[in-house]
Write a protein that binds this ligand. Structure first.
Ligand code: PMP
Length: 484
Protein backbone atom coordinates (compact mmCIF):
# COMPACT_ATOMS: atom_id res chain seq x y z
CA UNK A 1 0.00 0.00 0.00
CA UNK A 2 1.32 3.48 -0.77
CA UNK A 3 0.74 6.95 0.56
CA UNK A 4 -2.40 8.40 -1.11
CA UNK A 5 -1.87 10.61 -4.14
CA UNK A 6 -3.24 14.14 -4.47
CA UNK A 7 -6.11 12.61 -6.47
CA UNK A 8 -6.98 10.22 -3.67
CA UNK A 9 -7.07 13.14 -1.28
CA UNK A 10 -9.31 15.15 -3.57
CA UNK A 11 -11.69 12.20 -3.78
CA UNK A 12 -11.79 11.94 0.00
CA UNK A 13 -12.57 15.64 0.09
CA UNK A 14 -15.29 15.46 -2.57
CA UNK A 15 -16.88 12.55 -0.75
CA UNK A 16 -18.05 15.03 1.81
CA UNK A 17 -15.17 15.35 4.23
CA UNK A 18 -13.73 18.73 5.09
CA UNK A 19 -10.04 19.23 5.77
CA UNK A 20 -8.81 21.94 8.09
CA UNK A 21 -7.59 25.05 6.34
CA UNK A 22 -4.74 26.95 7.92
CA UNK A 23 -5.24 30.63 7.20
CA UNK A 24 -2.27 32.37 5.66
CA UNK A 25 -2.16 35.95 6.79
CA UNK A 26 0.84 36.46 4.55
CA UNK A 27 3.00 38.38 6.99
CA UNK A 28 5.91 37.38 9.16
CA UNK A 29 5.65 40.55 11.20
CA UNK A 30 2.48 39.55 13.04
CA UNK A 31 3.12 38.24 16.54
CA UNK A 32 2.03 34.66 16.95
CA UNK A 33 -1.61 34.36 18.04
CA UNK A 34 -1.86 37.65 19.88
CA UNK A 35 -4.64 40.15 19.33
CA UNK A 36 -3.15 41.65 16.20
CA UNK A 37 -2.77 38.14 14.79
CA UNK A 38 -6.51 37.67 15.25
CA UNK A 39 -7.21 41.09 13.76
CA UNK A 40 -5.32 39.97 10.67
CA UNK A 41 -7.70 37.08 10.26
CA UNK A 42 -5.91 34.28 12.06
CA UNK A 43 -8.19 31.72 13.67
CA UNK A 44 -6.39 30.66 16.87
CA UNK A 45 -7.99 27.22 17.00
CA UNK A 46 -6.37 26.19 13.74
CA UNK A 47 -3.41 28.58 13.60
CA UNK A 48 -0.21 26.56 13.74
CA UNK A 49 2.00 29.56 14.36
CA UNK A 50 3.96 28.67 11.24
CA UNK A 51 6.06 31.51 9.82
CA UNK A 52 5.24 33.80 12.75
CA UNK A 53 7.67 32.58 15.29
CA UNK A 54 10.61 30.38 16.26
CA UNK A 55 10.92 27.16 18.24
CA UNK A 56 12.71 29.11 20.96
CA UNK A 57 10.01 31.78 21.18
CA UNK A 58 7.14 29.33 21.51
CA UNK A 59 9.02 27.09 23.92
CA UNK A 60 10.00 30.03 26.13
CA UNK A 61 6.39 31.24 26.20
CA UNK A 62 5.10 27.74 26.87
CA UNK A 63 7.38 27.37 29.86
CA UNK A 64 5.63 30.33 31.49
CA UNK A 65 2.32 28.50 31.54
CA UNK A 66 3.10 24.78 31.14
CA UNK A 67 5.53 23.03 33.53
CA UNK A 68 8.74 22.53 31.58
CA UNK A 69 6.91 23.76 28.47
CA UNK A 70 5.60 20.28 27.71
CA UNK A 71 2.58 18.09 28.34
CA UNK A 72 4.60 14.87 28.51
CA UNK A 73 8.07 14.92 30.07
CA UNK A 74 10.13 13.40 27.27
CA UNK A 75 9.17 16.13 24.83
CA UNK A 76 11.32 18.65 26.75
CA UNK A 77 14.61 17.28 25.30
CA UNK A 78 16.04 17.08 28.85
CA UNK A 79 17.91 13.89 28.07
CA UNK A 80 19.38 15.07 24.77
CA UNK A 81 19.72 18.81 25.40
CA UNK A 82 18.63 21.69 23.17
CA UNK A 83 15.29 23.29 22.36
CA UNK A 84 12.44 21.01 21.31
CA UNK A 85 11.19 21.46 17.76
CA UNK A 86 7.71 22.92 18.09
CA UNK A 87 5.57 21.20 15.51
CA UNK A 88 3.23 23.19 13.31
CA UNK A 89 1.89 20.43 11.09
CA UNK A 90 2.56 16.97 9.76
CA UNK A 91 1.76 14.88 6.75
CA UNK A 92 2.71 11.30 5.94
CA UNK A 93 6.33 10.74 7.02
CA UNK A 94 7.05 14.43 7.64
CA UNK A 95 6.62 16.98 10.40
CA UNK A 96 7.25 20.71 9.99
CA UNK A 97 8.35 22.90 12.87
CA UNK A 98 7.05 26.43 13.39
CA UNK A 99 10.10 27.78 11.56
CA UNK A 100 8.98 25.93 8.45
CA UNK A 101 11.73 23.30 8.61
CA UNK A 102 10.73 19.81 7.46
CA UNK A 103 11.86 16.60 9.16
CA UNK A 104 11.37 12.96 8.31
CA UNK A 105 9.54 11.78 11.41
CA UNK A 106 10.49 8.49 13.05
CA UNK A 107 8.49 9.31 16.19
CA UNK A 108 5.01 9.07 14.65
CA UNK A 109 3.50 10.28 17.95
CA UNK A 110 5.37 7.55 19.87
CA UNK A 111 3.73 4.90 17.75
CA UNK A 112 0.18 6.23 17.87
CA UNK A 113 0.21 7.11 14.18
CA UNK A 114 0.64 4.06 11.98
CA UNK A 115 -0.79 5.17 8.63
CA UNK A 116 1.37 8.29 8.57
CA UNK A 117 0.32 11.75 9.67
CA UNK A 118 -2.97 13.19 8.46
CA UNK A 119 -3.83 10.14 6.41
CA UNK A 120 -6.84 11.18 4.30
CA UNK A 121 -8.94 8.24 5.49
CA UNK A 122 -8.39 9.32 9.10
CA UNK A 123 -8.87 13.06 8.60
CA UNK A 124 -12.00 12.42 6.53
CA UNK A 125 -13.43 10.12 9.22
CA UNK A 126 -12.65 12.57 12.01
CA UNK A 127 -14.01 15.58 10.10
CA UNK A 128 -17.23 13.79 9.28
CA UNK A 129 -17.61 12.60 12.87
CA UNK A 130 -16.92 16.09 14.26
CA UNK A 131 -19.72 17.52 12.17
CA UNK A 132 -22.08 15.14 13.98
CA UNK A 133 -20.97 16.22 17.46
CA UNK A 134 -17.82 15.59 19.41
CA UNK A 135 -19.09 13.89 22.58
CA UNK A 136 -22.47 12.82 23.89
CA UNK A 137 -21.91 10.91 27.13
CA UNK A 138 -24.05 8.10 25.73
CA UNK A 139 -23.53 4.81 23.86
CA UNK A 140 -22.72 5.13 20.15
CA UNK A 141 -22.60 2.72 17.19
CA UNK A 142 -18.98 3.55 16.44
CA UNK A 143 -17.71 2.55 19.89
CA UNK A 144 -19.51 -0.75 19.43
CA UNK A 145 -17.80 -1.22 16.06
CA UNK A 146 -14.34 -0.39 17.41
CA UNK A 147 -14.82 -2.86 20.26
CA UNK A 148 -15.99 -5.47 17.72
CA UNK A 149 -12.94 -4.79 15.55
CA UNK A 150 -10.63 -5.49 18.51
CA UNK A 151 -12.55 -8.62 19.56
CA UNK A 152 -12.31 -9.93 15.99
CA UNK A 153 -8.54 -9.49 15.97
CA UNK A 154 -7.63 -10.95 19.35
CA UNK A 155 -8.69 -14.44 20.39
CA UNK A 156 -8.43 -13.77 24.14
CA UNK A 157 -10.42 -10.54 24.04
CA UNK A 158 -14.17 -11.07 24.40
CA UNK A 159 -15.10 -7.68 25.86
CA UNK A 160 -13.54 -4.24 25.51
CA UNK A 161 -13.95 -1.08 27.59
CA UNK A 162 -12.75 2.02 25.73
CA UNK A 163 -10.91 4.77 27.60
CA UNK A 164 -8.80 7.84 26.88
CA UNK A 165 -5.18 6.82 27.40
CA UNK A 166 -2.92 3.86 27.90
CA UNK A 167 -2.38 5.04 31.46
CA UNK A 168 -6.08 4.83 32.17
CA UNK A 169 -6.17 1.33 30.69
CA UNK A 170 -3.30 0.01 32.83
CA UNK A 171 -4.70 1.55 36.01
CA UNK A 172 -8.10 0.00 35.25
CA UNK A 173 -6.36 -3.33 34.57
CA UNK A 174 -4.71 -3.25 38.00
CA UNK A 175 -7.99 -2.39 39.72
CA UNK A 176 -9.92 -5.04 37.80
CA UNK A 177 -7.32 -7.75 38.43
CA UNK A 178 -7.38 -6.98 42.14
CA UNK A 179 -11.18 -6.79 42.26
CA UNK A 180 -11.64 -10.02 40.30
CA UNK A 181 -9.09 -12.13 42.17
CA UNK A 182 -9.54 -10.62 45.62
CA UNK A 183 -5.72 -10.38 45.82
CA UNK A 184 -3.53 -7.29 46.04
CA UNK A 185 -0.06 -8.07 44.73
CA UNK A 186 0.98 -6.96 41.22
CA UNK A 187 4.15 -8.13 39.48
CA UNK A 188 5.84 -5.87 36.91
CA UNK A 189 9.15 -6.01 35.05
CA UNK A 190 12.02 -3.57 35.41
CA UNK A 191 12.31 -1.42 32.30
CA UNK A 192 8.71 -2.02 31.24
CA UNK A 193 6.59 1.11 31.21
CA UNK A 194 2.86 1.23 31.70
CA UNK A 195 2.18 4.98 31.83
CA UNK A 196 1.63 7.23 34.81
CA UNK A 197 -0.27 4.70 36.93
CA UNK A 198 0.71 5.02 40.62
CA UNK A 199 0.70 1.29 41.38
CA UNK A 200 2.97 0.66 38.38
CA UNK A 201 5.43 3.48 39.05
CA UNK A 202 7.60 1.35 41.28
CA UNK A 203 11.38 1.44 41.29
CA UNK A 204 13.34 -1.59 40.18
CA UNK A 205 15.98 -2.86 37.81
CA UNK A 206 18.94 -4.03 39.87
CA UNK A 207 18.57 -7.58 38.59
CA UNK A 208 16.77 -8.79 41.70
CA UNK A 209 13.12 -8.55 42.74
CA UNK A 210 12.20 -5.39 44.63
CA UNK A 211 8.99 -4.66 46.45
CA UNK A 212 7.31 -1.45 47.39
CA UNK A 213 9.77 1.28 46.38
CA UNK A 214 8.18 4.34 44.72
CA UNK A 215 9.65 5.13 41.30
CA UNK A 216 8.89 8.84 41.49
CA UNK A 217 8.12 11.56 44.00
CA UNK A 218 4.42 11.76 44.72
CA UNK A 219 3.79 8.03 44.77
CA UNK A 220 3.37 7.01 48.39
CA UNK A 221 5.07 3.82 49.52
CA UNK A 222 1.60 2.48 50.26
CA UNK A 223 0.63 2.79 46.55
CA UNK A 224 3.45 0.43 45.53
CA UNK A 225 3.63 -1.64 48.71
CA UNK A 226 2.01 -4.51 46.82
CA UNK A 227 3.95 -4.01 43.58
CA UNK A 228 6.87 -6.35 42.98
CA UNK A 229 9.39 -5.44 40.29
CA UNK A 230 11.34 -8.34 38.76
CA UNK A 231 13.87 -8.63 35.92
CA UNK A 232 12.52 -8.90 32.36
CA UNK A 233 12.92 -12.15 30.43
CA UNK A 234 12.99 -14.31 33.55
CA UNK A 235 9.86 -16.05 34.83
CA UNK A 236 9.43 -15.13 38.51
CA UNK A 237 8.11 -17.73 40.94
CA UNK A 238 4.64 -16.57 42.03
CA UNK A 239 2.40 -17.41 44.95
CA UNK A 240 -1.30 -17.05 45.66
CA UNK A 241 -0.96 -13.43 46.84
CA UNK A 242 -0.48 -12.31 43.22
CA UNK A 243 -3.47 -10.76 41.48
CA UNK A 244 -1.71 -10.13 38.17
CA UNK A 245 1.51 -10.08 36.24
CA UNK A 246 1.64 -7.16 33.80
CA UNK A 247 4.17 -7.30 30.99
CA UNK A 248 5.07 -5.61 27.73
CA UNK A 249 5.19 -8.68 25.44
CA UNK A 250 7.93 -6.91 23.49
CA UNK A 251 9.55 -4.33 25.72
CA UNK A 252 9.48 -1.06 23.82
CA UNK A 253 10.47 1.41 26.52
CA UNK A 254 14.06 0.27 27.13
CA UNK A 255 15.06 0.17 23.50
CA UNK A 256 13.28 -2.69 21.77
CA UNK A 257 13.79 -5.94 23.69
CA UNK A 258 12.19 -9.12 22.38
CA UNK A 259 11.03 -11.84 24.75
CA UNK A 260 13.37 -14.84 24.97
CA UNK A 261 11.97 -18.19 23.86
CA UNK A 262 9.68 -19.53 26.57
CA UNK A 263 9.43 -16.31 28.59
CA UNK A 264 5.84 -15.36 27.75
CA UNK A 265 4.65 -18.99 27.80
CA UNK A 266 6.43 -19.40 31.15
CA UNK A 267 4.51 -16.42 32.52
CA UNK A 268 1.26 -17.91 31.21
CA UNK A 269 1.99 -21.23 32.93
CA UNK A 270 3.11 -19.66 36.21
CA UNK A 271 0.02 -17.43 36.34
CA UNK A 272 -2.19 -20.46 35.71
CA UNK A 273 -0.40 -22.41 38.43
CA UNK A 274 -1.24 -19.87 41.15
CA UNK A 275 -4.49 -18.44 39.73
CA UNK A 276 -3.04 -15.01 38.88
CA UNK A 277 -4.12 -13.03 35.83
CA UNK A 278 -1.70 -12.44 32.96
CA UNK A 279 -2.00 -8.88 31.64
CA UNK A 280 -0.35 -8.02 28.33
CA UNK A 281 0.29 -4.31 27.96
CA UNK A 282 -0.12 -3.93 24.22
CA UNK A 283 -0.34 -0.16 24.21
CA UNK A 284 2.61 -0.19 21.81
CA UNK A 285 2.55 -3.72 20.39
CA UNK A 286 -1.22 -3.61 19.83
CA UNK A 287 -1.56 -4.10 16.09
CA UNK A 288 2.02 -3.04 15.38
CA UNK A 289 3.72 -6.42 15.86
CA UNK A 290 1.02 -8.24 13.96
CA UNK A 291 -2.52 -7.41 12.84
CA UNK A 292 -3.57 -9.38 15.95
CA UNK A 293 -0.94 -7.83 18.21
CA UNK A 294 1.64 -9.71 20.28
CA UNK A 295 -0.80 -12.42 21.27
CA UNK A 296 -1.27 -13.49 17.68
CA UNK A 297 2.46 -13.19 17.01
CA UNK A 298 3.46 -15.38 19.95
CA UNK A 299 0.28 -17.50 20.07
CA UNK A 300 -0.30 -16.83 23.76
CA UNK A 301 -3.57 -15.68 25.30
CA UNK A 302 -3.54 -13.05 28.02
CA UNK A 303 -6.39 -12.75 30.51
CA UNK A 304 -6.49 -8.98 30.18
CA UNK A 305 -4.93 -6.72 27.55
CA UNK A 306 -4.39 -2.99 27.51
CA UNK A 307 -4.38 -1.01 24.28
CA UNK A 308 -3.85 2.61 23.26
CA UNK A 309 -2.06 4.56 20.54
CA UNK A 310 -2.79 2.80 17.19
CA UNK A 311 -6.46 2.05 17.93
CA UNK A 312 -7.18 5.77 18.27
CA UNK A 313 -5.55 6.83 15.01
CA UNK A 314 -3.59 9.55 16.82
CA UNK A 315 -6.47 10.76 18.98
CA UNK A 316 -6.55 10.20 22.75
CA UNK A 317 -7.40 6.56 23.43
CA UNK A 318 -6.93 3.58 25.68
CA UNK A 319 -8.75 0.30 25.99
CA UNK A 320 -8.94 -2.62 28.36
CA UNK A 321 -9.98 -5.95 26.89
CA UNK A 322 -10.12 -9.52 28.06
CA UNK A 323 -12.02 -12.61 29.03
CA UNK A 324 -15.74 -12.01 29.42
CA UNK A 325 -15.98 -13.34 32.98
CA UNK A 326 -13.22 -11.00 34.14
CA UNK A 327 -14.36 -7.96 32.14
CA UNK A 328 -17.93 -8.38 33.38
CA UNK A 329 -16.66 -7.61 36.87
CA UNK A 330 -16.44 -3.98 35.74
CA UNK A 331 -19.29 -1.68 36.73
CA UNK A 332 -22.20 -1.59 35.98
CA UNK A 333 -22.25 -5.42 35.77
CA UNK A 334 -19.76 -6.07 38.54
CA UNK A 335 -18.24 -4.49 41.63
CA UNK A 336 -15.11 -2.90 40.07
CA UNK A 337 -15.76 0.75 39.31
CA UNK A 338 -14.86 2.41 36.05
CA UNK A 339 -16.12 5.55 34.31
CA UNK A 340 -15.00 8.23 31.85
CA UNK A 341 -16.78 11.31 30.50
CA UNK A 342 -15.06 11.13 27.12
CA UNK A 343 -14.55 7.35 26.89
CA UNK A 344 -15.52 5.91 23.51
CA UNK A 345 -15.27 9.39 22.07
CA UNK A 346 -16.90 9.83 18.63
CA UNK A 347 -13.80 11.37 17.01
CA UNK A 348 -11.43 8.79 18.48
CA UNK A 349 -13.60 5.87 17.47
CA UNK A 350 -13.99 7.28 13.94
CA UNK A 351 -10.20 7.61 13.62
CA UNK A 352 -9.57 4.19 15.14
CA UNK A 353 -12.02 2.49 12.80
CA UNK A 354 -10.44 4.21 9.79
CA UNK A 355 -7.04 2.87 10.85
CA UNK A 356 -8.12 -0.68 11.66
CA UNK A 357 -10.03 -0.81 8.39
CA UNK A 358 -6.72 -0.52 6.51
CA UNK A 359 -4.41 -2.26 8.97
CA UNK A 360 -4.48 -5.87 7.81
CA UNK A 361 -1.77 -8.56 7.84
CA UNK A 362 -0.36 -7.41 4.52
CA UNK A 363 0.08 -3.84 5.69
CA UNK A 364 1.73 -4.85 8.97
CA UNK A 365 4.11 -7.09 6.99
CA UNK A 366 4.90 -4.27 4.61
CA UNK A 367 5.55 -1.80 7.43
CA UNK A 368 7.67 -4.41 9.22
CA UNK A 369 9.81 -4.74 6.08
CA UNK A 370 10.25 -0.96 6.07
CA UNK A 371 11.24 -1.06 9.76
CA UNK A 372 13.88 -3.70 8.95
CA UNK A 373 15.20 -1.52 6.13
CA UNK A 374 15.43 1.54 8.43
CA UNK A 375 17.38 -0.56 10.94
CA UNK A 376 19.71 -1.88 8.22
CA UNK A 377 20.36 1.62 6.88
CA UNK A 378 21.15 2.94 10.36
CA UNK A 379 23.31 -0.09 11.14
CA UNK A 380 25.32 0.26 7.93
CA UNK A 381 25.78 4.00 8.42
CA UNK A 382 26.99 3.59 11.99
CA UNK A 383 29.30 0.71 11.10
CA UNK A 384 30.83 2.71 8.24
CA UNK A 385 31.46 5.67 10.57
CA UNK A 386 32.84 3.53 13.39
CA UNK A 387 29.99 4.63 15.66
CA UNK A 388 29.05 1.58 17.76
CA UNK A 389 25.28 1.12 17.79
CA UNK A 390 22.71 -1.61 17.25
CA UNK A 391 19.15 -1.26 16.01
CA UNK A 392 17.00 -4.22 17.10
CA UNK A 393 13.72 -4.71 15.23
CA UNK A 394 10.42 -6.31 16.27
CA UNK A 395 7.56 -5.98 13.79
CA UNK A 396 7.23 -2.30 12.98
CA UNK A 397 9.35 -1.22 15.98
CA UNK A 398 13.01 -0.26 15.77
CA UNK A 399 15.15 0.29 18.88
CA UNK A 400 18.48 2.04 19.31
CA UNK A 401 21.30 0.91 21.59
CA UNK A 402 24.39 3.11 21.40
CA UNK A 403 27.81 1.99 22.57
CA UNK A 404 26.90 -1.65 23.20
CA UNK A 405 26.99 -4.43 20.64
CA UNK A 406 26.02 -7.32 22.97
CA UNK A 407 22.32 -8.25 22.90
CA UNK A 408 19.94 -6.68 25.42
CA UNK A 409 17.75 -9.01 27.47
CA UNK A 410 16.72 -6.91 30.46
CA UNK A 411 16.87 -3.46 32.03
CA UNK A 412 20.35 -3.95 33.45
CA UNK A 413 21.58 -4.59 29.91
CA UNK A 414 19.52 -1.71 28.51
CA UNK A 415 21.00 0.70 31.02
CA UNK A 416 24.46 0.16 29.62
CA UNK A 417 23.41 2.07 26.49
CA UNK A 418 25.52 5.18 26.01
CA UNK A 419 22.95 7.92 26.45
CA UNK A 420 25.44 10.69 25.73
CA UNK A 421 26.35 9.06 22.40
CA UNK A 422 22.62 8.74 21.67
CA UNK A 423 22.17 12.46 22.32
CA UNK A 424 24.95 13.19 19.81
CA UNK A 425 23.43 10.87 17.21
CA UNK A 426 19.95 12.32 17.84
CA UNK A 427 21.13 15.89 17.22
CA UNK A 428 23.19 14.91 14.21
CA UNK A 429 20.14 13.19 12.70
CA UNK A 430 18.00 16.23 13.51
CA UNK A 431 20.51 18.49 11.78
CA UNK A 432 20.35 16.13 8.80
CA UNK A 433 16.54 16.40 8.74
CA UNK A 434 15.44 13.23 10.55
CA UNK A 435 13.57 13.35 13.84
CA UNK A 436 14.07 10.50 16.29
CA UNK A 437 12.62 10.46 19.81
CA UNK A 438 14.54 12.67 22.25
CA UNK A 439 15.37 9.79 24.57
CA UNK A 440 17.75 6.84 24.25
CA UNK A 441 15.16 4.30 25.42
CA UNK A 442 12.40 5.12 22.94
CA UNK A 443 11.51 3.12 19.84
CA UNK A 444 11.35 4.44 16.28
CA UNK A 445 8.27 3.90 14.17
CA UNK A 446 7.60 3.84 10.45
CA UNK A 447 4.29 4.38 8.72
CA UNK A 448 2.70 4.28 5.31
CA UNK A 449 4.37 7.51 4.29
CA UNK A 450 7.88 6.10 4.68
CA UNK A 451 8.25 4.99 1.07
CA UNK A 452 11.49 3.98 -0.65
CA UNK A 453 12.53 7.56 -1.36
CA UNK A 454 12.01 8.54 2.26
CA UNK A 455 13.94 5.49 3.45
CA UNK A 456 16.78 6.35 1.06
CA UNK A 457 16.83 9.86 2.51
CA UNK A 458 17.05 8.38 6.03
CA UNK A 459 20.06 6.36 4.86
CA UNK A 460 21.82 9.44 3.51
CA UNK A 461 21.08 11.41 6.70
CA UNK A 462 22.28 8.51 8.86
CA UNK A 463 25.66 8.42 7.10
CA UNK A 464 26.40 12.07 7.82
CA UNK A 465 24.88 11.83 11.32
CA UNK A 466 26.97 8.80 12.29
CA UNK A 467 30.14 10.57 11.17
CA UNK A 468 29.07 13.72 13.04
CA UNK A 469 28.13 11.79 16.17
CA UNK A 470 31.47 10.00 16.31
CA UNK A 471 33.32 13.30 16.31
CA UNK A 472 30.95 15.77 18.06
CA UNK A 473 31.47 16.80 21.67
CA UNK A 474 29.24 15.35 24.35
CA UNK A 475 25.73 16.72 24.91
CA UNK A 476 23.69 16.88 28.10
CA UNK A 477 23.54 13.72 30.23
CA UNK A 478 20.50 11.48 29.97
CA UNK A 479 18.55 9.67 32.62
CA UNK A 480 17.62 6.02 32.41
CA UNK A 481 14.09 4.93 31.60
CA UNK A 482 11.29 5.90 29.30
CA UNK A 483 8.94 8.71 30.16
CA UNK A 484 6.80 9.22 27.08
N1 PMP B 1 1.89 1.19 28.21
C1 PMP B 1 2.95 1.26 27.37
C2 PMP B 1 3.63 -0.01 26.96
C3 PMP B 1 3.39 2.49 26.89
O1 PMP B 1 4.46 2.54 26.09
C4 PMP B 1 2.70 3.66 27.29
C5 PMP B 1 3.12 5.03 26.80
N2 PMP B 1 4.02 5.07 25.81
C6 PMP B 1 1.61 3.54 28.15
C7 PMP B 1 1.23 2.29 28.58
C8 PMP B 1 0.85 4.75 28.57
O2 PMP B 1 0.05 5.19 27.52
P1 PMP B 1 -0.44 6.72 27.48
O3 PMP B 1 0.77 7.55 27.23
O4 PMP B 1 -1.45 6.73 26.38
O5 PMP B 1 -1.07 7.00 28.80
Amino acid sequence: MSWPSEDDKRVAHLDGATVSVIPDTGSRAIPFCRDDCRAAGCVPTVCTGATFTSNDEVFERSQLVIPGGVNSSIRAYRSVGGTPRVIARAEGPYVWDVEGRRYIDLVQSYGAVILGHAHPAVTAAVSAAAADGTSFGAPTPREMKLAEAIVERVRSVERVRLMNSGTEATSAAVRLARGFTGRDRIVTFAGNFHGATDALLAAGGSGVATLGLPGTAGVPASAVAQTMVVPYNRVPPLDDSVAAVIVEPVAANMGVVVPMAGFLQGLRDECDRVGALLVFDEVITGFRLDAGGAQAKFDIDADLTTYGKVIGGGLPVGALGGRADIMDSLSPLGPVFHSGTLSGNPLTTAAGLAVLDLLDDDLVMELSARARRVAALLRDACAAAGFPAQFPVAGTLVGTVCGRMAPVYDFDDARTTDTVAYARFFHAMLDAGVMMAPGAYEAMFVGLGHDDDVLDAIGVAAHSAAVGASTASAAAPAEAGSEN
